[in-house]
Design a protein around this ligand. Sequence first.
Ligand code: UDP
Length: 492
Amino acid sequence: MEVVPTKTHIALLASPGIGHLIPVLELGRRFAVQHHFLVTIFVVTTDASAAQSQLPHYSSYRDLLNIVFLPPVDVSDLATGSMAILSQLVLLMRRAMPHIRAEIAKLKPCPSALIVDLFGTEAFEIANDFSMLKYMFHTTNAWFLALTLYYPHHNETDKHDHVYLHKPLNIPGCTPLEYEGTFDLDTRPDDRVLHEDYAKMGLDMAKVDGILVNTWEGLEPRTLKALRDPNLMGRFSSVPVHPVGPLIRPVQPVENLVCRSKVLDWLDSQPAGSVLYVSFGSGGTLSANQLTELAWGLELSGQRFVWVVRPPVESTAFGSYFRQKERTEDGTPDYLPDGFVSRTREVGLVVEMWAPQTEVLAHESVGAFLSHCGWNSTLESVVNGVPMICWPLYAEQGMNAAMLSGHLGIATRLKEVGPGTVVGREEIEKMIRRLMEKDEEPGKLVRANVLELERQAEAALAKGGSSHGSLERVAKECKTGLTGLRERAYGA
Ligand code: UDP
């Protein structure tokens, strides 16, 4: 009788937010398709319906993956309103731990590895109890990973000089972090809980079997080298770093789309490369004043656009992160300038709340992306060769913007963007024209640079490419239960 080898089973854990769920689903899909693993994905959410409502868009995952939505976590007893988004996520994940433990205990065969994202590091205790390998999937870039690993080791003088004197923050062997692109953390210097949570993440991550990062060797060679150098970042963590990106949700074939979106139909009738796509991710929001200025800036630029709009929120830039409102069908939203929709009808399309972004960015009519620079959005733009205008809002988006508009040279940047500031319509108009008008120099340069990165990204993921190879190495470890680190520890 032929013995059928048991499939390797791995478990992944996604923290709340579509921006975390999408790369985790995509990583799971790669293990299932390329390595024929059984893959279980646990999804932590505050509102299961919000995450589940997005899944029809990702129907290709459903047949391949065992997706388990954990019971929504309730934090209504806590005053989360004034908390940093990082602390809210840490808290939500902490409260989900008993459910995660109970669900892992039910799995047969027990997974050989647990892969968590940045906010799931407390689940490593569970992985230890079930003798699973422990991996972190850093869903953003290697530079932010380096900051996180180094954060617990920064000396107080450096932190003070960065926060109060706005001096660059050094990260050994990596590009220093200029204050202009600083991480949320340094704009909340007195938030003790936030700083402790973040430092703990850095320490927890340094104890895993491997760190997967949603980047590729050619995108961040300097940072990846520093992370592996025992005299630089390697002093703080000897954990192997595996760049496996860019992992993004693939464009759905038309027959898989639940309904062909109005946006895609509209894009079909626009000239190639003529449309600016404007979106602030899954949760980004602007103030009422800022929305008005952006509307005027778009209108004055005279360029074609698709704009994903959300109602204004005054007190926070992540107003829609934990909850999605339903999209309304018609009408001009009352928070945009009177008559905006009718005045721009010939050149623009306003979409409320949500658009099929990967399909939009892959459409040949899209010529540029005004983005909050979330890492998924960034990668989606790069793999489609679409240059960007950076408008960072929160979390590590300022770092991403610094990288994109800095040495990568694939984006232009609105200078005045920052907490509490309102970017004026003239600045917005000017920036859009500079990128969209074909004869403008900055536009030409960033377009050429992003096309080169698109080519590199494709090569990294192809068979024989660096990211393909990294994933193969991790898959082998999950199959054998042996990692480079453990072999060294056992003297093998
Ligand atoms: N997204 C989308 N439609 C929207 C807004 C966002 O499909 O209208 C997707 C987008 O394609 C990306 C994710 O949601 O994959 C947002 O992730 P990102 O890291 O860019 O930002 P976050 O929402 O986490 O701030």
